[in-house]
Design a protein around this ligand. Structure first.
Ligand SMILES: Cc1ncc(COP(=O)(O)O)c(C=O)c1O
Length: 369
């Protein structure tokens, strides 16, 4: 089956280009806008940082079991989800808000906390959603290059914006899959202007061994942590995430998004996933193994890439990356987009072994042509 129907593709790409009409810009929209076409049947889809494993069995069972109750809002299930996460992480449930993926809290945080007088500070290359939102608030965007080790350059970020409203840290970073040390995030939190907020996006944290920044939330700092079930948990299409912060800050951020009930299938799948303690370590191992195999293949064949701790990495094709994407698409392998500051690099999502083997054959063919 095609990943997107023609209509949904047109909707996604129109949403991505008609920024004036609908400016929330998320990963599938950005991927569709770069792709210029719907996925064709059977195409290898390693362009959107999805998890090919999908929901775990317990999540699938929980969703199926819930279908007969789909006529009810069942808000108690969201309480159960929040309480489960609170217990696992040692958090007060009042500090957690369940959301429909982490795009909504990321977007509304930028709407709430940036303005023409309050800049948005981000990494380059970095995930673009917050940048798109700051064009709505009229905030200046300070885009600060990553360090030589591809961490966020927190000192340069501080220097770039004494007027900051938001410092956006994506850890591991999208698109590089590289880590920013916890000590640097702590430094940023301790040295930022008093009325700014550090927004730490932990969409990919489970693929790495990196410590979370949730300890800084618990310490009551000016920090919002975002989590999503779209990545390691394989629930991108089911849609569930969290914003976690001190209640006053959470309220300040989330009041811009209004309130809506969570889809009960998403909540049930997320709760079941959290309750399986083996799920994250097992999937982290699978991703790391396939990622390492891919890196070894790239090494053997003399290709350059940025080593990553996540489910994506940047591959330097030494050619215009957009041309390589187009050529790969003709081989039925959809690879990720190109960031303007690194025009010869393309983002590759780590797929299954089979998908990566198709990627290798297609990439070799494209590079040798
Ligand atoms: C860095 C980052 N943050 C947030 C998201 C939001 O994902 P979702 O809205 O599916 O939770 C994504 C999706 O790819 C992402 O890459």
């Amino acid at each position: 089956m095609p990943h997107f129907s023609r209509r949904s593709f047109l909707h996604l790409s129109a949403a991505a280009t008609a920024a004036a009409a609908f400016r929330v810009m998320n990963e599938p929209m950005l991927a569709a806008a770069a792709r210029h076409r719907p996925h064709v049947p059977g195409a290898i889809q390693i362009d959107s940082n999805e998890n090919p494993l999908g929901p775990c069995q317990a999540a699938r069972d929980a969703m199926s079991a819930l279908l007969p109750r789909g006529g009810r809002y069942c808000d108690e299930l969201t309480d159960e989800l929040v309480n489960t996460f609170a217990q696992i992480e040692g958090l007060n449930p009042d500090w957690i808000r369940a959301t429909v993926g982490s795009t909504p809290p990321l977007s509304v945080a930028v709407l709430a906390l940036t303005s023409p007088k309050k800049s948005y500070v981000t990494a380059d290359p970095g995930f673009e959603t917050g940048m798109h939102m700051s064009t709505i608030t009229g905030a200046r965007i300070a885009s600060v290059p990553l360090t030589k080790t591809y961490a966020h350059d927190v000192k340069a970020m501080l220097a770039a914006a004494p007027d900051a409203g938001v410092f956006y840290i994506c850890n591991p970073n999208n698109p590089t899959g590289t880590l920013t040390p916890h000590s640097d995030i702590e430094y940023l939190v301790s040295n930022k202007p008093p009325d700014s907020v550090v927004l730490v996006d932990e969409a990919y944290i489970h693929f790495s061994e990196a410590p979370s920044a949730l300890d800084l939330v618990k310490a009551g700092k000016d920090i919002v942590v975002l989590r999503t079930f779209s990545k390691v948990y394989g629930l991108a299409g089911i849609r569930c995430g969290f914003a976690i912060a001190r209640p006053d800050l959470l309220e300040r951020v989330m009041e811009h998004g209004g309130y809506n009930f969570m889809p009960i299938t998403a909540v049930a799948a997320a709760t079941a996933s959290l309750k399986d303690p083996q799920l994250v370590p097992a999937r982290r191992r699978i991703n790391a193994t396939i990622r390492q195999q891919t890196f070894q293949w790239l090494d053997r064949n003399g290709y350059s890439y940025i080593p990553s701790e996540s489910n994506c990495f940047l591959l330097d094709t030494k050619r215009p990356g957009k041309e390589v994407r187009e050529a790969m698409a003709k081989e039925n392998v959809m690879i990720g987009r190109v960031w303007p500051s690194m025009p010869t690099c393309v983002r590759i999502t780590v797929g299954t072994e089979e998908e990566m083997s198709h990627f290798q054959s297609a990439f070799q063919k494209v590079m040798k042509s």
